[in-house]
Write a protein that binds this ligand. Sequence first.
Ligand code: PMP
Length: 392
Amino acid sequence: MQLDQLLQQRLQARREASLYRQRGLTDSPQGPVRKLAGQSFLNFSSNDYLGLAADTRIADAMIHAVRTQGVGSGASHLTAGHTQAHQQLEDALAVFTGRERALVFGCGYMANLGVITALMAAGDAVFQDRLNHASLLDAGRLSGARFSRFGHLDYALLDAQLHRSRANHQLVVTDGVFSMDGDQADLPHLADVCDAHQAWLMVDDAHGFGVLGELGGGCAEVSGLLPARVPILVGTLGKAFGTAGAFVAGSEALIETLIQFARTYIYTTALPPALAEATCLSLQLVQTEHWRRQRLAELIAQFRQGCAEAGLPLMSSATPIQPLLVGDSQRALQVSEVLRQQGIWVSAIRPPTVPVGSARLRVTLTASHTAEQVNQLLQALTSAWETVNAEY
Ligand code: PMP
C-alpha cells in the first residue's frame, strides 16, 4: 500500500472516532480574549495561569535583552551557548525552589526525557502514576528500566509494587498537579512510601509552580517537605511563568549528572538568552505579585460554586484546571462547539490524552480573567449542557 493511502485511512479512522484534532489559528496575544479568523472568544483554554505571557514589563525585558544579546544562543550549552543570562536564571530558580542548583532545559518534555533516561537503565525500575504527563510516561519507557504504572493516587498499590521489586534502583515519578484533572499528588504520603523502600521521588510540578503556595513554590512548598525527600523537582516556564522552557532543581550531584548525561540537555541548542533574561523578571513577579494567586483563588471558588448550583459534572480540583467530565468524545466536542457559537473557547480533551470514556472539557482559569467573564462562562456552560443533553 502507498504511504499516503495508508495515512489517509488512519486519519479517516481518527475522524470517525471523534478523535481528530485541529489547530486553531490564534491572532492575538495570550489573554482572556482569543482572536481567531477575525472573531473574538473568551478564552478558557490557556495555561497562562498568572496572566504573565503578555505582560509588557516582561516583553520590555526581553526586547532589551534581544538588543544587547541577540536573538539566538547559536550553540548548545556545552559548546558556546551557555550565557550569563542562563546562569542567572538557574541561580534564581535554585533559590526559588530551595535546592542547591537548577538546570534550564528547552522545554518540559525534554527535561522529563533527559532526567529519567540519564538516571535509569536496564536493571532499574520506574514507577509512575497512570495519569502522569505523556512526557514522563514516554521517558519511563525509553529509559530501558522496568516500567510500571500504578492507579491514579493509589499509593497502596505503589507500595506493593515497590515491595515486590528487585531492581537495582527505583524511581517513583508523579505529576504535582495532574494536567488534565487538576487534582494533586499527596507528596507527604508519597515521600513516606518512597522512603520505606529507598526509592527516589521525582515530581513534575509544571502546573503547580507559580500557582500553589504563598510564594508560588508549588506542591513542594505546600507540602513543606525537606528538599532531600523530593530529590528531583521539575518545573516548566511556559505556563504560570508566561515564557518558555523548563527546569530541573535538585542537588549539586544531580545537576552535574544531568549536564554530563542528559542527552536532551547536551545535544540541543540553548534557549535564547533573552528568553532566560525575561524569565528572571517573570520569576520575580511570580514571587511578589501575590494578588495574582488571590485573584485565581477567588475565580476558582466562584466557578466551582456556580457549577455546583447548576448541577454541572465538575471534577474535584482546587487548582486553575477545572475539568467537566463528559465521558463520550463526540459529546465533549459538541459541548465545546456550542460554547464556541456563544463566543467561549473551551477545549474538549479526548483520548489518548485522557483515558477512554473520560473525555472532558478542560476549563482553565487565569488571573487575567474577571468575575464577570467567569459568570459568562457559567451561563454559557449551563445552556450548552442543556442543549447537548437534550439531543441525547
Ligand atoms: N509536564 C507536564 C505535567 C505538562 O503538563 C507539560 C505540558 N503540558 C509538560 C510537562 C511539557 O512541558 P513543555 O510544554 O514545556 O514541553
